[in-house]
Design a protein around this ligand. Structure first.
Ligand code: ZN
Length: 261
């Protein structure tokens, strides 16, 4: 059973730190995910994978950071959609940095920062880097695009030969499938649509051009999401996270039931 930071009492937290437990910080976003997925899809998925890893390793799951960096038109629809709430880069780095410094201050020396939202990349790294700069005995692993290294077999199962690229996959097959697998009651599958951006240049425009995103908020094909695809992707992404934990923090591999009870 995974251990959530907020479920612990202070003596239990102290015992976990004393034992050398690791801590995993999920980072998400509140961002439109088409007409069929909830606004917290990125946050929900980041936390779901963190909890899954903590069920297998001696990890405490820190409260998820629900807000992420500014949504961008080609990878998340941009700021124009109802519901999207974003932080500036400076604020995100500050918030994450203070939480990570707080965890290090509590005594944690093994940290995993796990972000699902593409636009958080680099800000998550920067916050972790600066937070650990003055703590040489702490180590952090930063995963900024944990969905991006699915095996060829899984990519084929999900996309056939028609993978649109990760930015365009926003609110499409992967996220729809994962949510159908993890929390089908939160998916309005009857409203899932297929869509595509009219104009996807290799640059950005500020203020955003309306043709650089879609009207639906889905960037590719949400209708092809299935529970079976979600099961495949969830298992592989979870296992990849667990292998990363085992490789970087072999001492966190649970060997007795009490360690993660
Ligand atoms: Zn997403």
């Amino acid at each position: 059973m995974a251990r959530r930071y907020v479920d612990l009492t202070w003596p239990e937290l102290a015992v976990a730190v004393e034992r050398g437990a690791g801590v995993i910080l999920p980072v998400g976003a509140i961002e439109q995910h088409g007409p069929h997925l909830p606004l917290d899809t990125d946050s929900y998925l980041a936390e779901a994978f963190a909890i899954a890893a903590a069920a297998r390793h001696d990890l405490v799951v820190c409260p998820m950071i629900p807000f992420g960096y500014r949504s961008r038109p080609l990878s998340g629809g941009g700021p124009g959609f109802p519901g999207t709430l974003s932080l500036s880069g400076a604020t995100l780095v500050t918030v994450l940095g203070e939480i990570i410094r707080g965890l290090v201050g509590q005594g944690f020396r093994r940290l995993i920062v796990y972000s699902w939202h593409m636009e958080n990349q680099n800000f998550v790294y920067e916050a972790t880097w600066t937070a650990l700069e003055r703590c040489p005995d702490a180590k952090a692993v930063v995963l900024e695009a944990p969905f991006a290294d699915l095996s060829a077999a899984s990519m084929s199962a999900l996309y056939g030969s028609d993978f649109p690229g990760w930015p365009a996959e926003h609110a499409s097959i992967l996220e729809t499938s994962l949510m159908l697998y993890l929390c089908p009651e939160r998916v309005r599958m009857e409203r899932a649509v297929d869509d595509s951006v009219a104009f996807a240049p290799p640059y950005d425009v500020i203020p955003p051009r309306s043709d650089m995103t879609t009207k639906s908020g889905v960037m590719a094909r949400a209708s092809l999401g299935t529970v079976a695809k979600g099961e495949i992707a969830f298992a592989e992404i979870r296992d990849h996270l667990c292998r990363t934990v085992e490789f970087e923090f072999p001492e966190l591999s649970a060997t007795d039931e009490d360690a993660i009870g």
